[in-house]
Design a protein around this ligand. Structure first.
Ligand code: B16
Ligand code: MG
Length: 223
């Protein structure tokens, strides 16, 4: 084998569970209270980027005083954490547990790299926390996606170099972060978002760990 993949690093929202809908409902409530137009289409632009960048995108360049921005983000997060209370293991996306178990059985290390400051409580609600060796979240690094820092932080904590790790992402910002960090990347979902990834899949139920590793090995051989 030309390559020796030793770790898989997963994004949370859009890969392990679909919290994008809950983020949408929370931002929607705030935007209605503040009279800001915000649609489901706008919400797609928030995938994978942190809370401050999400607000910047919602405001579409409109300036805001920082103290007001902080109050709005706190209010939105209160709405979001209230919605998270109803999250259960049924909210795991299809194929997640099988895929993680297959990775574990193959001897791979497993990390999580989420821009969310709520990643740990979300994993707890999904009863998945114990399946990850390392959890990197919105508190782990100063610059989140599309900067590579978060995935590099997770890989470092796992003790595996980026070139021997595969990142799984549903967002353009996440694939950009993975590529910039020198990781192998698997894009889930819409190729309009993740078309730059090395490997494209629909979701984890449509993929086998072995097949992903083989695809990456073949790409590395082709150079
Ligand atoms: P929070 P991921 C991201 O999660 C979401 O995709 C993004 O929409 C959200 O703004 C971000 O987390 C921050 O979330 O407000 O909970 O800190 O895809 O990186 O797992
Ligand atoms: Mg995501």
């Amino acid at each position: 084998m030309a390559l020796d993949i030793r770790a898989l690093i997963f994004d949370l929202d859009g890969v392990i569970t679909d919290t994008a809908e809950l983020h949408y409902q929370s931002w929607k409530r705030l935007s209605e209270e503040e009279g800001i137009p915000f649609t489901r289409h706008d919400n797609e632009q928030l995938r994978g980027v942190d809370r401050r960048e999400s607000l910047r995108r919602i405001l579409k360049g409109q300036p805001i005083e920082e103290s007001i921005a902080q109050e709005w983000m706190t209010r939105k997060n209160n709405y979001y954490t209230t919605l998270l209370q109803d999250l259960t293991p049924d909210n795991r996306l299809p194929g997640v547990v099988n895929f993680l178990e297959e990775a574990r059985a193959a001897g791979l290390k497993i990390g999580l790299g989420s821009a969310s400051r709520n990643a740990n409580p979300v994993l707890d609600k999904l009863s998945l926390r114990s399946m990850f060796d390392v959890v990197g979240d919105g508190y782990s690094v100063a610059r989140t996606k599309p900067a590579p820092d978060l995935f590099v932080w997770v890989a470092g904590a796992l003790g595996v170099p980026p070139m021997q790790s595969v990142v799984f992402e549903d967002a353009e910002a996440g694939i950009a972060a993975g590529l910039e960090g020198g990781f192998w990347t698997v894009g889930l979902g819409d190729p309009a978002n993740v078309g730059r990834a090395h490997v494209l899949i629909r979701d984890l139920s449509q993929a086998a760990v072995r097949a992903i590793l083989e695809s990456v090995e073949q790409m590395s051989v082709k150079g």
